[in-house]
Design a protein around this ligand. Sequence first.
Ligand code: DAH
Length: 337
Amino acid sequence: MKFEKEIEDIKIAIFDKLKHSSTTEEIETIRAQYLGRKGIITQKLKNIKNRSKEERPVYGKIMNALRVTIEKAFEKKNKETTKTKRTKDFFDYTIPGDKKWLGHHHPLMKTMTEIIDIFVKMGFAIEYGPDVETDYYNFEALNFPKDHPSRDTQDTFYLNNNLLLRTQTSPVQVRVMESRKPPVRIISPGRCYRVDSFDASHSPVFHQIEGLYVDTNVTLSDLTGTLDIFFKALYGPSTKIKLTPHFFPFTEPSAELQVSCPFCEENGCTTCGHTGWIEVMGCGMVHPNVFKSVGYDTNIYTGFAFGMGVERICMLKYGIHDLRLLFGNDLRFIRQF
Ligand code: DAH
């Protein structure tokens, strides 16, 4: 009959709208539009009396069947919607959380900070110098004449005849003294470079921390007292230090400083080569020639200086036996610190 197509169109329209609805509010609006008091289907059922006598039973039957089908569809869609809403909003507070890995400082930087903190507490200021240095600051002003054999142990990368990658942090001593009058009490951390093959105890790039104290009446016992306090703070209160005569062009007298082995307390182990002592830095009283090159009066001022390799100090602190691990960027190693 002619109304069958009309009814089929209504059905298709309702299913299509339902398909594109996603909230209970949207579903309710569609329901009101078709099945509410003034809804399309409700109205059509009300107007059944206007139909011819023959049409009425068939029309009523089909319309009622449509209403039942549609009611069911609404019910189903409603159930689905509330279920997905619940799944979306559900959060199980009893499931253990994802552990986020927080980054932290590299062991070398941790060591550097620790060393700096100790000296800052003793009243030392922090100064920095350039990695690319002139021959003058890296060697000449530090009493390394051009043909001096002590330059041999500090071969480096030359950018030209005059510019080079600094081999030590000692040039910062000269730069600082040139820029101000005593008293000077500074430390200078930074990167240094040398022509060295990369092995368990050498790297062409490494870190040093330099120290300098200049004033009237600074003596060798100020040097030993300061460094004794420093190593006790770094490696523990039972740590001892020992100075052995050595040569550095920019200090006179010069010494190599050894600490009692933090691993065996002087009983001897593989780390200290069974001697009970480990060499950790160079130090001494500032050479008069260095004072002359910066214009300090050698009759008034004296001073001490020291320089240590951060890698060495770090390896001893954490019991690391191969320097290459510090530069390998292997997170399994780094995460242990
Ligand atoms: N610059 C020296 C080196 O790299 C270490 C050093 C020794 C620094 C004695 C000093 C010092 O300030 O007094 O081998």
